[in-house]
Design a protein around this ligand. Sequence first.
Ligand SMILES: Cc1ncc(COP(=O)(O)O)c(C=O)c1O
Length: 345
Amino acid sequence: MPAYDVAERDWRLKLNANEAPTTLPPLVEERVMARLSHIAFNRYPNLEMKDLIEQVASNYSLREEQVFFGNGSSEIIEKLFYAFGGKNHSIVYPEPSFSMYKIYVKVADAKGVPVGLEEDYSLDREKFVRAVKDSKASLAVVCTPNNPTGNLIPLEDVEYIAQNIDCALVVDEAYLEFAGEDASAVKLLKKYPHMIVARTFSKAYGLASARVGYMMADEAVVRMVEKAFMPYHLNVLSLVTADIVYQMRDEFQPRIYMLRDECRRVAEELKKIKGLTVYPSHTNFLLLKSVKAEKLNEYLAEQGIGVRSFGSAPRLENCLRISMGTREENDLWLGEVKRFMGGKK
Ligand SMILES: Cc1ncc(COP(=O)(O)O)c(C=O)c1O
């Protein structure tokens, strides 16, 4: 079975995991530290989870029973695959997309049914629905905006898929905040009780260290899936930190705008470089394609700049994924890319 393969080292510039380039905003960090100083370390987590659920439910006008938290959206997705997978069950997902889907399929002992994205990485909704029907799938997953391709699946296509399949449909919205709430499928939950939206605090809220993610779904789905989690699965340190981050989420908005704007600015700069294809992105990262990708990856690594190379992954040959840093950081790696591609290294 393949393992999650990111070659890590102490990078000068770490742009390989779509993390936020900076830690919490100072005001948020101050509140988190104050809250952490009066934790009852002897107690299992209890009301802390409830506080967080209350906030999310109220923000999206959902009942509290419709929201469930996990250790990153990774744990949510993994457990959904366990709950709906198993022998003789098929799980349909796009390819290329988040590399963990096919690993969770295996661990869940299910049959994976990848649906190839089109040449421009868009998702053909008819083809996807057909794959779900033909395989009599128990679970289907879409990722919007999609990792690693960066493109958004139009909401009407997500709705079309929901309308035309009757198995559970997970909409993985790990990068949604960069595209804006209008693009979210949350508003469709009332209409489609077989739809599950997965979100994370790891990207736009820069809380990857704490591992916090959640799902929003019909309460019957939540009741069923929560059985796959161990008791008290989320620790109090992460719960109270996420609670404050969510309370203060407006503090993150300027950063989200900055990363989105940087993505656009850098994409325009990269497009000027001969021999490089840049894909449109609604996220905090860009996907590049070049016949020189492997050598460029090696060159950047020599400069201490870590980006994500996909090796020979299907449909991602000669592709690199680069997460946005601060403006200064982006200028630094952009300069190195220009130097390498211009042959001036
Ligand atoms: C599309 C997608 N979904 C889910 C995740 C999992 O994120 P986390 O477990 O940090 O919430 C990631 C992380 O990179 C991702 O790219």
